[in-house]
Design a protein around this ligand. Structure first.
Ligand SMILES: Nc1ncnc2c1ncn2[C@@H]1O[C@H](COP(=O)(O)OP(=O)(O)OP(=O)(O)O)[C@@H](O)[C@H]1O
Ligand SMILES: [Mg+2]
Length: 274
């Protein structure tokens, strides 16, 4: 099909054209780090929550913004059931595990499907960035919605991000989306901090390493696009179990080998920015 005829390439160009928009900084915070995955279900929210907790353990002031407006998971992952209060003008984040938290899921009930149209997405972002009383944060970790569609584009265009970490599993199908994600952030001139290989492998009871989703794909993709490879997080059933209980592994088992991996990532982020 002729792209020109249907105006497809022009539309795409207009949507991804950098520099023509003014990004909103998140008030009350020094650095904004987004966690993106391009593909859904690869462990982005798990990574975002544990990274936030690890940064907190390093003595930093940390906020966590669950920007996944279609599928918020912070209420579950941090076991938060209360609604944020307002000081008359702004929403006060909910403090849990020493972290300032905000999620659209605090304001709606779990069962309600979230139907957002373009202008509503923009207005949700304005609320998150300008109308939440984030206080003296060193870092805010933003759990982005999955995909590279309109919503993700709007977020990346509207929020001033200091860097984005891309989480992926080593599966080809996830990596395809990751490549799309890298191109999107590059076009938007958002700094990609690096790529994380989540669920990289499984260590069996026999002590052997099983590369269930294939091996080395995330690192190869990072190399192909000249991005940093930040490291691996193996499959570990404790991660999922503790996440489901609302007590993430870094909080409930800080000495666990997996928690040490998150702490190591946090140290890298801290030394990059502070
Ligand atoms: N390293 C890991 N080992 C074992 N389980 C994991 C690991 N990382 C994530 N999980 C599990 O994988 C599932 C998906 O994780 P999560 O919800 O964090 O993904 P997501 O990318 O945020 O998904 P969505 O796109 O739906 O927001 C969860 O059940 C989580 O507990
Ligand atoms: Mg998620």
């Amino acid at each position: 099909m002729d792209d020109k005829k249907v105006g497809l390439s022009d539309t795409m160009k207009a949507k991804t054209e950098p520099k023509t928009f003014r990004r909103n900084p998140i008030l009350g915070t020094k650095f904004t780090i987004a966690i993106s995955s391009a593909k859904g279900g690869v462990g982005k929210s798990t990574f975002a929550t544990n990274l936030a907790l690890a940064l907190k353990k390093l003595g930093l002031n940390v906020g966590l913004l669950d920007a996944d407006i279609y599928g918020p998971s912070l209420p579950k992952l941090f076991s938060i059931n209360e609604k944020p209060e307002s000081d008359g003008q702004k929403l006060v984040p909910i403090n849990k595990y020493g972290i300032q938290c905000m999620s659209i899921g605090f304001l709606t009930d779990e069962e309600t499907p979230m139907i957002w149209r373009g202008p509503m997405v923009t207005s949700a972002i304005k609320t998150f960035t300008q109308k939440v009383l984030w206080k003296d944060l060193d870092f805010i970790i933003v759990d982005m919605p999955p995909g590279t569609g309109d919503t993700q584009l709007t977020f990346a265009q509207e929020i001033n991000m200091d860097g984005v970490i891309i989480v992926s599993t080593p599966q080809e199908i996830a990596l395809q989306d990751v490549k799309r994600g890298i191109r999107m952030f590059d076009k938007l001139k958002v700094n990609i901090i690096g790529l994380i290989d989540n669920m990289s492998h499984f260590i069996g009871d026999d002590g052997k390493k099983y590369a269930i989703f294939g091996e080395g794909g995330v690192k190869r993709t990072a190399d192909e696009f000249h991005k940093k490879f930040l490291g691996e997080i193996p499959i570990n059933s404790e991660i999922g179990k503790l996440g489901d209980l609302g007590t993430p592994i870094v909080e409930s088992k800080p000495d666990h080998e997996i928690s040490k991996i998150y702490l190591n990532f946090a140290e890298k982020i801290k030394s990059t920015y502070l």
